[in-house]
Each structure stands twice: as structure tokens, then as C-alpha cells.
Design a protein around this ligand. Structure first.
Ligand SMILES: [Mg+2]
Ligand SMILES: [Zn+2]
Length: 172
């Protein structure tokens, strides 16, 4: 299958830093329409998110799942089907294989669903998201500006967009 891998914080929702409460979760404008559009093109949607706040002890696995289940519920009410959500709970010093830009989460999805890398995409708001795609062998990448500060000139992303709202200008 062809997949769009999507970072969460800064792409789907405003990045408030170590988000652990539903009250702080604000969907970025246009995300539902954009995801329905990607679905209409035959893509499966997979969320891959670093959540080092868990490893750092700022919030728990349980807190993550409360927010995650709430988010998935909103998506399903908006007729968006998220195939899977993977998260890395580790902190950088844990040296795990799943924290982006490592490819562990993408490898897991590939084992489970057998994806077509050539036709798959990754959307992120940090250069390390783009590196994750490249490390895995996905060359179709989009960097959105709605989250982090980015270095447009030196980015390895194929496309840079003001936000997920404009995804139909590059994935067609
Ligand atoms: Mg992000
Ligand atoms: Zn990890």
C-alpha cells in the first residue's frame, strides 16, 4: 500500500511542547479536509510521533493514549481513517531505534502492511522528520511551516508549505 507518514505536533495540531492534555490539543486549520483529500487519492494515513515527554517523566503512556484516543475519535467523526499511530516514548539519551530520525516506526509499519516506498510520502515540521524519510528510503517529503522554525534554504524536503492545508499543491 501507499502511505503518507505524518508527524503529529506541528503538522496535525499546534505544537505547544510536551502536549499531554486534550484541552491543549488544537487541530491545525484544514487538516481534516487535507486528510480526506489524501484518502481520496488512495493513501493510507499513518501518524508517527516522538513523545519524549514520556521518557522524561513529564507525562505517562496513559496520558498519551487519552489524547490519542480523543484525536482518533475526532478524525473518525470527520470521516478520516487513520490506519495506525506509532509513537516513540524514549528520550534522546535512550538511544532507541524508534526516535526520529531513526526509522524504527516506519520499519514497523512496513513489516505490518508492506508499503510501496516509491509512492509513499512523509509530512513533518522538522528537518529531522525529513531525515527520517530519507533514512528509510522515502524521497517524497513535505516540510510544513506551522510548527518549528525551519531553514528553507538548506532543507532536504521536496516541498515546503505554509501548512498541511495546502497539501493538494504538492501531493496529487
Ligand atoms: Mg513536529
Ligand atoms: Zn524510541
Amino acid at each position: 500500500m501507499k502511505v503518507v507518514f505524518i508527524d503529529r505536533d506541528g503538522v496535525i495540531n499546534k505544537d505547544v511542547g510536551y502536549l499531554d492534555k486534550i484541552e491543549d490539543f488544537q487541530f491545525i486549520d484544514g487538516v481534516f479536509t487535507s486528510f480526506r483529500y489524501l484518502q481520496s487519492l488512495g493513501f493510507s494515513l499513518v501518524i508517527i510521533t516522538n513523545q519524549s515527554g514520556i521518557g522524561r517523566g513529564y507525562f505517562s503512556d496513559y496520558d498519551f493514549h487519552v489524547v490519542n484516543n480523543w484525536m482518533l475519535d475526532k478524525f473518525s467523526h470527520e470521516n478520516v481513517n487513520i490506519l495506525d499511530v506509532l509513537y516513540c516514548p524514549h528520550k534522546p539519551l535512550d538511544l532507541c531505534t524508534c526516535r526520529k530520525p531513526n526509522t524504527g516506526m516506519l520499519e514497523t509499519i512496513n513489516k505490518k502492511y508492506n508499503i510501496i516506498k516509491k509512492e509513499s510520502w512523509l509530512i513533518g515540521d522538522k528537518e529531522s522528520d525529513i531525515d527520517t524519510a530519507i533514512n528509510f528510503g522515502i524521497t517524497n517529503t513535505v516540510l510544513v511551516e506551522s510548527g518549528q522554525e525551519i531553514d528553507k534554504k538548506n532543507s532536504k524536503a521536496n516541498f515546503i508549505l505554509p501548512s498541511i492545508k495546502f497539501i493538494d499543491s504538492c501531493i496529487t
